[in-house]
Design a protein around this ligand. Structure first.
Ligand code: DHB
Ligand code: FE
Length: 280
């Protein structure tokens, strides 16, 4: 059966793509952020995943406000990036993994998740930026991918509890996949930030740090909050942390932290990174 080698959760701010394009990784503004990834690069070299399941939210590239699935799973042979208007370079297409896509889709439907299945799917910065951060140097990442979108953009968004259950179901799909593949699960977005309205610029460091800690010791801690409470606590875009929660929930056993980093601000966002692996 396939094995989940670990889970990486990270911020996906588009301006990171601009910093990479301009080689600003060692710039004083950017280095506290980029330096956080060095231990994760070493860990990825060690665990060598074959496939990444990427849980993220699309921001209007593949799904616009007129048609917004709560949960959507990619089932394509490849996934293209396209211009979203951020002025960041377009990266080459990512390889899909049809077998794992359908394993996840079949399992989710069997477990009563009414998902949207996408046999064509563009991936936006919330997918491409984390890939560029984890596999730097401009080469295509050496692994296949399955994109999974969670609506964190337009109310009503799924509850934290529902996202946790989604993650558990994705985890059981991976662990019952008849394959010897090594799978890493990514969750992208957050942490606290609000880009618009009266609270533009809002961040909540104490909450973010508690949330990061909770993912090790009490992973369903954030499920106590309703969606409106989460918006109050982390900002209207900070609810992207639902993707972290779902990614974490794919790992059913005890976990240990490989590395974490937290830095304010990148753009208007509190940036977070964490990698975890099975504790045994
Ligand atoms: C920013 C953060 C995001 O999560 C995003 O999707 C777009 C922009 C920002 O902080 O600029
Ligand atoms: Fe975002």
């Amino acid at each position: 059966m396939a094995k989940i080698v670990g889970c990486i959760t990270t911020t996906h701010v588009p301006s990171i793509g601009g910093a990479i394009a301009k080689n600003l990784q060692h710039d004083p503004y950017w280095s506290p952020f980029f330096d956080g990834f060095t231990p994760v690069h070493a860990w990825l070299k060690k665990v060598k995943p074959d496939v990444a399941v990427v849980i993220y939210n699309d921001h209007g590239l593949n799904f616009f406000l007129d048609k917004m699935p709560t949960f959507a799973v990619g089932a394509a042979a490849q996934y293209r990036h396209a211009d979203e208007g951020w002025g960041i370079p377009i990266v080459p297409p990512f390889k899909g993994d049809l077998d794992l896509s359908w394993q996840i889709i079949n399992t989710l439907v069997e477990k009563e998740f009414d998902i949207v299945t996408c046999q064509e799917m563009l991936v936006d910065h919330a997918f491409t930026i984390p890939m560029s951060l984890l596999y730097p140097g401009g080469e295509s990442p050496p692994l296949r991918t399955v994109p999974i979108c969670v609506n964190t953009v337009q109310f009503p968004i799924p509850s934290a509890r529902r996202c946790y259950k989604l993650g558990e179901a994705i985890g059981s799909a991976i662990e019952s996949w008849d394959s010897d593949a090594r799978v890493v699960v990514l969750g992208t977005g957050g942490l606290s930030h609000q880009l618009d309205g009266e609270r533009a610029g809002f961040m909540n460091k104490p909450f973010d740090l508690q949330f990061i800690d909770s993912l090790i010791s009490q992973p369903d801690w954030a499920t106590q909050y309703s969606s409106t409470e989460l918006v109050e606590l982390v900002g209207s875009q900070g609810v992207e942390l639902l993707n972290w929660l779902a990614a974490r929930a794919t790992m059913s056993g005890k976990v240990r932290k490989v590395h974490s980093n937290y830095h304010i601000p990148i753009s208007n966002t509190a940036s977070g990174l964490m990698a975890i692996e099975p504790a045994h």
